[in-house]
Design a protein around this ligand. Structure first.
Ligand code: NAD
Ligand code: DAU
Length: 364
């Protein structure tokens, strides 16, 4: 049986990844999900998984910066794969509070690297065969594009926000461990994800939730910044394929070939919500473009991101299967069918889920 240590598995992409690998590999794998449960961590994202895969899935509440805890996990379990999602992930928050981004994204990654290196090292300095560390990173490390061009794996790093600077630092640490120690790792840099279980601070779920509540839809600046949208299920499939078919020590960019301006995204969300809401739903008539409200621009706002996912397509055989029209319909539909999930976030109830599920059991 192969054992995965997934960090940040209670967040948006991590929870989709855990669901994907458990459905794909079933009883041939075990998954340990290490998550601090910050505001972005939500165990309701994995309620179905913890019920259906109770034998293979273990949740550990903890901080990736906690050296004792992380090393202890490597002593307790025979970990074969580390898939590292845990991070502070929201650019606007990083502008207000850069320090927590450096602590988790940089020092936390260093702590994980050290624990894995120590656990996986042989006495001659080589690494036990089959061990792999996958560091999940972002296209934001490459900076901002003009109207043309793409990010390639060879594009020089040029981060602009405290978030992307902290992710760039963590990437550099992983690269340095590969180069210095021959540490068995890969890095993936992907574009903007969307889909089920995304915390409603990011553009698409924020627009869905605000529109349903009849609140304004804040568009930064002129609304013409461009992002390259990737459906989360395509992303997690790509991460799995890189581990299975990618060359060790390589970086792979993962992008959706779905460039859209922000204002296009907001208009599409309004259109799809109107298509999917029942005519008897009183919220429907309020959801119009009148809710759109242009607000002050984000500081240091990158203009355009776009990935050329040529290397991963050629070497690994991955390409994005979900086109945006399809992905956004599935996403809006998921949010409409899971309003309780959204309401628990909006009223804070999701943060007591851990105590209800695990706290009571621990105290007995
Ligand atoms: P998220 O904010 O939804 O989830 C992050 C998770 O990490 C949460 O469950 C949180 O509790 C956990 N966490 C935070 N600090 C921790 C710590 N110190 N110790 C343990 N757990 C901690 O993030 P996401 O959108 O799912 O992103 C996951 C990863 O993918 C991040 O590394 C992010 O940089 C990267 N990424 C995200 C996107 C995107 O569009 N969302 C795109 C490219 C790359
Ligand atoms: O590119 C990958 C990155 O995508 C990830 O590394 C980050 O973790 C993830 O948060 C995301 O970063 P962005 O800053 O691109 O995503 P966000 O959803 O915050 O914003 C998308 C665009 O929408 C961006 O140009 C800012 C704009 N925006 C965002 C919000 C929240 C608005 O216009 N209004 C808003 O209210």
């Amino acid at each position: 049986m192969r054992t995965y240590l997934v960090t940040g598995g209670a967040g948006f992409i991590g929870s989709n990844y855990i669901r994907y690998i458990l459905k794909k590999y079933g009883s041939s794998i075990a998954v340990i999900n290490l998550d601090k449960l910050t505001y972005a961590g939500n165990l309701e994202n994995l309620q179905d998984v913890s019920e259906s895969f109770s034998e293979q899935y273990t949740f550990v509440k903890g901080d990736i910066c906690d050296r004792e805890l992380v090393s202890g996990l490597f002593r307790k379990y025979e970990i074969d794969r580390v898939v590292h999602f845990a991070a502070e992930s929201h650019v606007d928050r990083s502008i207000r509070d850069p320090e927590s981004f450096v602590v988790t994204n940089v020092l936390g990654t260093l702590t994980l690297l050290n624990a894995a290196k120590e656990a996986w090292s042989e006495s001659d300095g080589s690494f036990q065969p089959g061990k792999k560390f996958l560091h999940v990173s972002t296209d934001e490390v490459y900076g901002s594009l003009g109207e043309t061009g793409y990010f390639y794996e060879t594009t020089p790093y040029d981060p602009h926000s405290p978030y992307s600077a902290s992710k760039a630092s963590s990437d550099m640490l992983v690269k340095s461990y590969m180069d210095t120690y021959g540490f068995p790792a890969n890095i993936t840099n992907c574009s903007n994800n969307y889909g089920p279980y995304q915390f409603p601070e990011k553009l698409i779920p924020l627009m869905i939730c605000n529109a349903l509540a009849g609140r304004e839809l804040p568009v930064y600046g002129d609304g013409l910044n461009v992002r390259d949208w990737l459906y989360v299920e395509d992303h997690v499939r790509g991460i799995d394929m890189v581990q299975e078919k990618g060359r060790l020590f390589e970086t792979y960019n993962i992008g959706g070939h779905n460039e859209k301006t922000n204002i296009d995204i907001v208009r599409t969300v309004i259109k799809v919500l109107r298509e999917q809401l029942d005519d008897r739903d009183s919220r429907k008539e309020r959801i119009t473009e009148d809710l759109i409200c242009y607000v002050e621009d984000r500081k240091g706002h990158d203009r355009r991101y776009a990935i050329a996912p040529d290397k991963i397509r050629k070497e690994v055989g991955w390409y994005p299967e979900t086109d945006f029209e399809d992905g956004i319909r599935k996403t809006v539909s998921w949010y409409l069918q899971n309003e309780q999930w959204k309401d628990h976030i909006l009223n804070g109830a999701y943060q007591s889920y851990y105590d209800e599920m695990y706290g009571r059991r621990e105290r007995m």
